[in-house]
Ligand binder design. Structure first.
Ligand SMILES: O=C(O)CCC(=O)C(=O)O
Ligand SMILES: [Mn+2]
Length: 202
């Protein structure tokens, strides 16, 4: 593994995955989405998110009128599919942790989708990093500090890039301002997939 770029505590591993591995991950994620369909979550205030989501793992991340949380079941009632083995292997290679993640949150950004600045703070233990993998179109990733409203820096994430949000960056604000729709040919219909691997409960 090459040395990562470090920006505001975020570790960015460019070109971490070969095109063949990216394609295999996409196939695995399609199978997950077939078993646990993607949907546009709504916020507590009833606003529909532009990103579509589903999860794999012991628990999945949910947002609805009751707020944000992890749940053991998809909103349609089924258990979440297992996290694909290649994704678990990547987690192990990058983090060196014996502990597997509880949740693999899968986001799909279609044309015009974005994700506002937020912290990942619905987990119980922040000593474990969150690992993020980008597949498909480029996304403009914005990184800040642990206070809302602080200075931010941005980087374009491309297909196969991996970001580790650990240590000081574990609770740092981050978001995706926009994607370059059609910039990658990995997904035949365009768009960007991002997965985040999270330990939810210690
Ligand atoms: O799409 C990304 O790169 C970030 C996704 C994210 O922050 C999240 O799912 O919490
Ligand atoms: Mn996040």
């Amino acid at each position: 593994m090459r040395k990562p770029l470090k920006i505001a505590g975020f570790e960015i591993f460019k070109d971490c995955l070969t095109p063949a591995v990216q394609a295999e991950m996409v196939a695995d994620l399609r199978a997950v989405a077939q078993a646990a369909p993607m949907r546009h979550p709504v916020t507590r205030w009833g606003k529909q998110m532009s990103v579509k989501m589903t999860s794999a793992g012991r628990v999945g991340w949910i947002s609805d009128r009751r707020g944000y949380r992890y749940e053991a079941q998809h909103p349609d009632g089924m258990s979440w599919p297992d996290i694909p083995q290649k994704i678990l292997d990547l987690w192990q290679n990058i983090t060196n942790l014996d502990r597997e993640p509880d949740c693999c949150l899968i986001n799909y950004y279609g044309e015009g989708a974005r994700m506002g600045l937020h912290q990942d703070n619905d987990e119980e233990d922040f000593t474990f990093p969150v690992l993020s993998v980008s597949l498909g179109d480029d996304g403009l990733f914005r990184m800040g500090g642990i206070e809302r409203g602080g200075k931010t820096q941005s980087v374009w994430l491309s297909s196969g890039d991996v970001v580790v949000m650990g240590g000081d960056a574990r609770l740092a604000y981050h978001g995706v301002d926009r994607i370059r729709f059609g910039s990658s040919s990995l997904l035949p219909d365009g768009g960007r997939i991002n997965i985040t691997l999270r330990v939810v409960q210690d």
